[in-house]
Design a protein around this ligand. Structure first.
Ligand SMILES: Nc1ncnc2c1ncn2[C@@H]1O[C@H](COP(=O)(O)OP(=O)(O)O)[C@@H](O)[C@H]1O
Ligand SMILES: [Mg+2]
Length: 228
């Protein structure tokens, strides 16, 4: 069984004559441990697809199965729990909580998962260490560079031991050196922890790291290529 399987995903925005088919029949299987980049020009449906895979948004028709489970069948609360258990997110704008320190940001998701305080702080410190931010745990987001904030976001996503990490344009706000370092880290995490990564990006740097590259066009998969 594939880790993720979508069937005929459709998503239409707007009504009447100005409707846009953001997704137009997407069939996709993703196996554990993949390092997959969704590429394609702006408006091709990358973010919409990523949001469907992360159960952040619902398709108009079609199905998404993660571990064989169709999240569309779940209630809103159960869907939130499903996300918490299975999916980590890394966003372009980092989305850290401004009033919390780096370690509290990482520990917060673990708190939602019900982990005891001492254990979650220890886990947070371990992950900050792993992303190269040992010693930065007490800093708040505004006391960190953009690249460091994105690393906190990566630590937060991975600390919760998700099956899948979804990253929407994760390098868009980073300079090229910082972006390269972040990508080195993500490749390493993929190789050491077998974490499944799915990116949406039109950054050539991200695309060149893809082990599987899917080109989106007008809400469809235009090509799907696995690198040797
Ligand atoms: N919330 C929305 N309301 C209306 N149209 C949307 C919305 N989100 C996305 N779209 C449209 O759906 C299409 C796909 O968008 P998106 O998935 O964001 O593409 P990408 O991430 O590849 O740039 C675009 O035509 C976009 O304008
Ligand atoms: Mg997008």
């Amino acid at each position: 069984m594939a880790l993720i399987e979508t069937k005929d995903l459709m998503k239409v925005y707007g009504l009447g004559e100005v409707s846009v088919k953001a997704l137009d029949g997407v069939n996709l299987k993703v196996e554990k441990g993949e390092f997959l980049v969704l590429a394609g020009r702006s408006g091709s449906g990358k973010t919409t697809l990523l949001n469907m895979l992360g159960a952040l948004d619902m398709p108009d028709s079609g199905t998404v199965r993660i571990h064989g489970e169709e999240y569309q069948q779940l209630s809103k609360n159960k869907r939130a729990l499903f996300r918490l258990r299975h999916i980590g997110f890394v966003f372009q704008a980092y989305n850290l909580i401004r009033v919390l320190s780096a370690r509290e940001n990482v520990a917060y998701v673990l708190e939602l998962q019900g982990m005891a305080k001492a254990e979650r702080l220890e886990r947070a410190d371990k992950w900050l260490e792993e992303v190269g931010l040992g010693g930065f745990g007490k800093r708040r987001p505004d006391q960190l560079s953009g690249g460091q904030q994105q690393r906190v976001a990566v630590a937060r996503a991975l600390a919760a031991a998700p099956d899948i990490v979804l990253a929407d344009e994760p390098t868009a706000n980073l300079d090229s050196t910082t972006a390269t370092e972040l990508l080195d880290l993500l490749v390493e995490l993929n190789e050491t922890h077998n974490t499944t990564f799915i990116f949406a990006s039109h950054d050539p740097d991200v695309i060149s790291r893809a082990k599987r590259l899917i080109q989106m066009q007008d809400g469809r998969i235009a090509s799907d290529e696995t690198k040797g």
